[in-house]
Design a protein around this ligand. Structure first.
Ligand SMILES: C[S@@+](CC[C@H](N)C(=O)[O-])C[C@H]1O[C@@H](n2cnc3c(N)ncnc32)[C@H](O)[C@@H]1O
Length: 290
């Protein structure tokens, strides 16, 4: 295992869900657990964004805008993925790069599903610490894996994943942090552990220039104003066009059934985006295994 700190972007997206809870996509989006997984310091900016009181000083204003934008993206992708998980109703759910995802703690619909939480060991240890003795709604197994060097197949097998039974796979907000080779290697493992009817849900960034420069500018402004930059140690390592990802998936017998950009989904869900340029690159695809 590499020595590495727990993911900070996982905390940022958890803060985004905490901001969105009860405010965005109401009736379709809800994550009441997100706030509980944050420290007191992490909740401060969440409370500020929820209050709508825009800070006047430069650094906090940048943080405020980053978190507001994150909340919009998170509400949209969570609604779409939750709906797909419910529709698939698989007996097994594997959450790849789970971060502070709380589906196994907040979705009663999963009570008959075995959930496998796969994440980098450092991030997973941090999550388990934050969870304390909070109980999941279902049989939930922690599977520490570094996609850069560990065998996902071996780890899932050891955790009791049954490759002959249907599985829904969630790969949400992780692909950008992996190299193209790591994405390809992980897909080989996913395919090996997938029965026919397995369903794979992936969010991924397209090579969108507005987003690329927007993200860089945001990071620069955070650094210049002396504010913490959650993306500092988690650089973006890959972007994908819908065609290149669909081609790669096809080589592993996955057929893309839907591929939507998050902005279109936001419009469908009636989520008004003030920060559309920051989600301009995001896509969510569904692929079924033959
Ligand atoms: C932005 S967070 C997303 C977390 C979660 N999927 C969500 O949407 O809330 C990125 C996640 O990818 C995981 N990750 C990044 N690189 C990884 C690697 N090489 N191996 C395992 N996990 C990795 C991090 O540990 C972190 O949990």
């Amino acid at each position: 295992m590499t020595e590495r700190a727990a993911s900070r972007t996982a905390i940022l997206v958890c803060q985004g869900r905490a901001v969105a809870d009860g405010r965005l996509g109401v009736g379709r989006f809800s994550d009441p657990v997100a706030m509980d997984l944050l420290t007191e310091a992490e909740r401060e900016m969440v409370d500020l964004v929820r209050s709508g009181a825009v800070p006047s000083s430069f650094g906090p204003r940048i943080e405020y805008e980053l978190l507001s934008a994150t909340a919009e993206v998170l509400a949209v992708r969570t609604i779409a993925i939750d709906d797909a998980v419910r529709a698939a109703a698989s007996p097994q759910l594997v959450v790849l790069g789970a971060g502070l995802d709380a589906r196994a703690w907040r979705m009663p619909e999963l009570s008959a599903t075995t959930v496998f939480e796969v994440d980098h060991p450092a991030s997973q240890a941090e999550k388990r610490h934050r969870l304390g003795d909070r109980k999941p709604v279902t049989d939930t197994r922690f599977v520490p894996v570094d996609f850069a060097q560990d065998s996902l197949v071996t780890a899932l097998t050891a955790a009791g994943h049954d490759h002959s039974r249907p599985t829904t796979w969630i790969w949400e907000g992780v692909v950008p942090y992996l190299t193209p080779a790591q994405v390809a290697e992980t897909l080989i493992a996913i395919a090996q552990r997938s029965a026919p009817t397995a369903r794979l849900l992936i969010t991924y960034p397209t090579p969108h220039r507005v987003y690329h420069y927007g993200r860089k500018a945001m990071q620069l402004l955070l650094t210049l104003s002396g504010r913490p930059n959650p993306m500092a140690r988690e650089p973006q390592r890959s972007t994908w066009t819908p065609a290149t990802l669909a081609t790669l998936l096809a080589t592993h017998s996955f057929t893309v059934t839907t591929d939507c950009d998050l902005q279109s989904l936001a419009l469908d869900y009636g989520i008004e985006g003030k920060h559309r340029s920051l989600s301009a690159d995001g896509h969510l695809l569904t692929a079924d295994h033959l």
